[in-house]
Design a protein around this ligand. Sequence first.
Ligand SMILES: Cc1cc2nc3c(=O)[nH]c(=O)nc-3n(C[C@H](O)[C@H](O)[C@H](O)COP(=O)(O)OP(=O)(O)OC[C@H]3O[C@@H](n4cnc5c(N)ncnc54)[C@H](O)[C@@H]3O)c2cc1C
Length: 230
Amino acid sequence: MKKEVLDKGFIEVIDKLGSDLTVVNSARVSFGKRKEKFDESDRKLVKFLAKNKHWSPFRHMMVQFHIKAPEFVMRQWYKHVVGIETSSSSSAKDHAWNEISGRYVPVSDFYVPLNWRRQSEDNKQASEGSIDDQESGNEIFRTAMEQILNSYQKLLDIGVAKEQARILLPLNQYTEVYWTASFQAIMNFIDLRDESTAQWEIQQYARALKELMFDIYPETTKIWFDVNSG
Ligand SMILES: Cc1cc2nc3c(=O)[nH]c(=O)nc-3n(C[C@H](O)[C@H](O)[C@H](O)COP(=O)(O)OP(=O)(O)OC[C@H]3O[C@@H](n4cnc5c(N)ncnc54)[C@H](O)[C@@H]3O)c2cc1C
């Protein structure tokens, strides 16, 4: 399962734990019961749990993703840190992030926007619509990128270490990570980032993630969004 995002990015599902039955079986262990087939009574139970904030059963489902995204998107994504990993006893057990290293691998991919958005007048951190002069935006961007990439390559050519040459590189550089998170943590990410005040680029990742969650856990995902949007 893989979704392309932006010009060169993607989200791919590497592994998953649990199914739509996981939530109800985790909840029903209280009564010593277990189901093999999801039915109408399970739909009601999942709805009740989601509506009444009984969230622990939703943390038994975990998904491991391979994500390729621009660095400025990942910086926002990294702020989501709770409920992500449960298997280790390390003090950083809430985080399960691993990332490609620009110390090992020369950076080669950069995000190129298709549209230059206008600064919003009433929201200092948002954009709205497009600027009229798209060609000037493209030209300024192209010139800056050419200069930066030339200089990066020249530093590598004269033997400078990748870990140091990369300090020139801008935030549109693509990075790759593995991210493992619980159903609840993923829904929290989607709630906050598939939303009009979030940056447009991270919204595209949140939407792709939402489609993947509908593919993996169709019943639970539908109920979660029905409850939280109504
Ligand atoms: C539109 C937008 C703009 C933003 N702008 C900025 C910005 O300018 N600067 C910036 O630094 N960040 C910014 N953020 C990031 C934001 O502050 C959060 O860090 C980020 O969205 C992660 O959300 P979270 O805390 O819910 O996620 P997580 O850390 O994954 O937490 C998940 C959930 O766990 C619960 N939780 C977390 N910690 C605790 C706790 N200690 N006790 C009890 N419950 C807890 C909460 O219910 C929380 O929602 C922005 C986010 C958005 C969506």
